[in-house]
Design a protein around this ligand. Structure first.
Ligand SMILES: CC(C)(COP(=O)(O)OP(=O)(O)OC[C@H]1O[C@@H](n2cnc3c(N)ncnc32)[C@H](O)[C@@H]1OP(=O)(O)O)[C@@H](O)C(=O)NCCC(=O)NCCS
Length: 321
């Protein structure tokens, strides 16, 4: 006997964005003062970071997610009662279960949503907005709250100067809903499982670790073609993009990919300078801040490019809210 099935609207888009950065600013000099054997010039020239934010000891992944989500709901003009699915992209919850999403939903007063977390490291936000869009188009949700929230300051080896200087804490959020026009181009996603262990929380030490040089080579060598393919599949020429928002892992990686796309500096997100690498949160954080500063017109095409642990990646052109 054939089952009844659900069917949703043809198109979806980002309706609103929000972000949150902890108040606590940690400069490169602050790290030196805490005993890290490094210098400001090295960090700025090799990675591009001037400062990052670290959460207060009692400030959690869900606390930061709540702040960013509230702003995204307000900017989308969508009430908590209109949300029926909540997705949280994170890999820094203190324990594998419970997930952040049901707790976040309860705090926001969202009643009985489908709620789950997505763990895909730094590409998690792009994977999550696609899961949200697919759920709406399949008739399984109406409005989806997607939040990327990371608290890497709790997973740092302060004696490893090649990693502890890079990571920061933050959250970025988006509300995804139906649309008259297509708001998402096709995602170009994949992973290189042969290098699955290159970016990890170490099983023994419980600290973040990465093979920086291997990931650097992989990102600079393979991400530009993914970005170009995402543009091609969306029918958008790179020069037509209003902004390019890649994962904020290293300014040199960002600049290398932007050069391959032929994009001028003013169209490229460089949030890493004052936010550090906040893993899954970098893309919605940078996008929300650029929209807030009036740097991206509403409805303009924006290229997102997540990459990192896995080594998983996802490139996609989306319309700005
Ligand atoms: C992590 C990363 C910034 C390190 O930069 P790097 O140039 O590869 O640095 P290396 O680890 O090779 O170290 C080079 C030298 O700098 C030194 N160094 C490393 N960290 C330093 C620091 N914070 N301050 C000063 N010197 C440092 C090293 O000790 C080494 O010195 P040596 O040559 O005397 O041994 C870079 O590899 C990177 O960004 N990789 C990609 C990360 C990424 O994209 N991750 C994605 C998921 S988040």
């Amino acid at each position: 006997m054939p089952l009844l099935t659900a069917q949703g609207p043809e198109h979806t888009r980002i309706l609103g964005l929000g972000h949150y950065r902890p108040a606590n600013v940690v400069t490169n000099q602050d790290l030196i003062d805490r005993g890290v054997d490094t210098d400001d010039a090295w960090i700025r020239s090799r990675v591009g970071i001037a400062e990052r934010r670290w959460a207060d000891p009692g400030e959690t992944v869900v606390d930061m997610a709540e702040q960013a989500a509230s702003k995204a709901l307000a900017s989308a003009g969508v009430g908590a009662t209109d949300i029926d699915m909540v997705l949280v992209a994170t890999c820094t919850m203190p324990t594998p279960v419970p997930a952040a999403a049901p707790n976040l939903a309860a705090r926001l007063g969202i009643d009985a949503p489908g709620a789950y977390d997505i763990s895909s490291g730094c590409s998690g936000f792009v994977y999550s907005i696609n899961a949200a869009s697919a759920a709406i188009r399949a008739g399984q949700a109406t409005n989806v709250l997607v939040v990327a929230s990371e608290r890497f300051s709790g997973w740092l080896d302060m004696t490893d100067r090649s990693t502890c200087i890079i990571l920061g804490d933050a959250a970025g959020a988006a509300v995804i809903g139906s649309s008259d026009v297509p708001g998402f181009g096709p995602a170009v996603w994949g992973s290189d499982g042969a290098q699955y262990d290159s970016v990890a929380i170490d099983e023994q030490t419980r600290f973040f670790r990465q093979d920086g040089q291997a990931v650097y080579r992989w990102a600079t060598g393979t991400m530009a073609p993914i970005a170009l393919e995402a543009c091609r599949r969306a029918g958008v020429k790179p020069e037509e993009l209003a902004a390019f928002i890649p994962h904020q892992a290293n300014l040199r990686i960002i600049d290398a990919i932007a050069r391959r796309l032929g994009l001028p500096d003013e169209k490229v997100a460089r949030d890493i300078v004052t936010s550090g690498n906040t893993s899954a949160a970098t893309i919605p954080l940078a996008m929300s801040r650029m929209v807030e500063r009036g740097e991206i017109p509403s409805g303009a095409p924006v290229l997102l490019l997540g990459f990192g642990s896995g080594l998983a990646y996802a490139g996609q052109v989306v319309l700005a809210p």
